[in-house]
Design a protein around this ligand. Structure first.
Ligand SMILES: *Cc1c(COP(=O)(O)O)cnc(C)c1O
Length: 375
């Protein structure tokens, strides 16, 4: 079967290999069969190994949903009675964590910081010092809206110094940028199958310290479907997800993991870096500017500023590229008009070179100035 290959430059879901796509086409199976359960055990262990966790210390808990479900699960499940959450907030995904706190009515501090730079760790320490009732610190590793990389190792060390649990949203770095949970002081991290793993949508997972999950059995229960301990406990007792898993996505994720180990952590990160550099080269050649200082970027998302050109029209350029198999994505910064080009997925340098040929054609087609005009 021929499957058209689209190059997705949006921040996930990402371009997948044909072998991952085809892994979904399997004989029908009831996920309550032993055969399916034993597959999930290997999958859960692999997810822990990707971030260099030892399965004696860390476990992974699967959920059926998009990546946001992980943030919901971690925050609502890991806050003891009478304690507070600190969200180190310098972007759209940490702002989402703040909204989750609000929806559950959980006591929290929304520590807002400028979105165009890494979080200020001195401010984090000051806040922790002044609020001894903080039991959980949450932040985002790569703020996908801007591409800023946060100093999670330092934030994690501070969380631990002040006796708080550290949860990090690693959805847009996991299985791309190498992560070691011990070195980065991570108690809980998370991702979904369709980003770094280059599999399908519908499966998300939290990787975290087993001792803390066990302890959380006594914490207030704020959700039924999204409770971390409940889902963990069911896995441990039965080897299965509590409720119906995304069966076909699990098959494709297992194939994606095989391909992950075959490519290797270092090679994969080197490939994403090549793609990222090629994106920078392409925008620079056309005179486009990006928002975030290069040394603050996580190496996976480039936020490009709209040129001040009367003929510039993002949607028209998007449609031109889309019709030719390349997907570009709007930005997520409220104060600046941007679009994003991302280095996720099963793509390489050559795909970016091909993309820029089409992108340049689109600019010429719509009489948009090259080099791009900025006032
Ligand atoms: C993609 C992403 C998520 C999850 O978003 P969904 O729309 O639920 O898939 C969460 N956090 C970060 C940092 C992300 O990049």
């Amino acid at each position: 079967m021929e499957i058209k290959r689209n190059i997705l430059l949006n921040p996930g879901p990402s371009t997948t290999t044909d072998t991952v796509k085809m892994a979904q086409v399997v004989p029908d199976i009831c996920p309550r069969e032993k055969e399916f359960g034993s597959m999930m055990k290997g999958l859960r262990d692999d997810l822990v190994k990707i971030v260099h966790g030892r399965t004696e210390d860390y476990t992974s808990v699967l959920f059926c949903g998009s990546g946001t479900i992980n943030i919901d699960v971690c925050l609502n499940s890991l806050l003891p009675e009478g304690k507070k959450i600190l969200v180190v907030n310098n972007g759209a995904y940490s702002a989402r964590a703040v909204e989750i706190c609000r929806y559950y009515g959980m006591p929290h501090i929304d520590l807002q910081m400028p979105i165009d730079r890494p979080a200020d760790i001195e401010l984090v320490e000051k806040t922790l010092k002044e609020n001894p009732d903080i039991a959980l610190v949450h932040t985002t590793h790569n703020e996908t809206g801007t591409g800023v990389l946060n100093p999670i190792r330092e934030i994690g060390a501070l969380a631990h110094k002040y006796n708080a649990v550290f949860t990090v949203d690693t959805t847009s770095t996991y299985a791309m940028r190498p992560i070691n949970v011990y070195e980065e002081n991570i108690d809980f991290c998370m991702a979904s199958a369709q980003k770094g793993l280059m599999a399908m949508t519908g499966l998300s997972f939290v990787i975290g310290r087993t001792d803390i999950i066990k302890k959380s059995a006594e914490y207030p229960k704020r959700s039924y479907y999204c409770n971390l301990f409940l889902q963990y406990d069911f896995f441990e007792k039965t080897g299965e997800m509590h409720f119906t898993p995304p069966v076909q996505t699990i098959y494709s994720t297992i194939q994606a993991l095989k391909e992950y180990w075959a490519e290797g952590e270092e090679n994969k990160w080197a490939r994403h870096t090549r793609v990222f550099e090629a994106i920078h080269k392409g925008i620079e050649e056309l005179g486009f500017k990006d928002v975030i200082k290069r040394e603050w970027q996580a190496g996976l998302v480039v936020s490009v500023i709209y040129p001040d050109d009367p003929n510039w029209d993002f949607m028209k350029v998007h449609d031109y590229c889309y019709e030719r198999g390349f997907t570009i994505y709007p930005g997520k910064i409220s104060t600046t008009n941007t679009f994003r080009l991302c280095a996720l997925g099963a793509i390489d340098e050559q795909d970016i070179e091909d993309f820029f040929k089409v992108f340049k054609e689109a600019l010429v087609h719509y009489n948009i100035s090259i080099p791009a005009i900025y006032k």
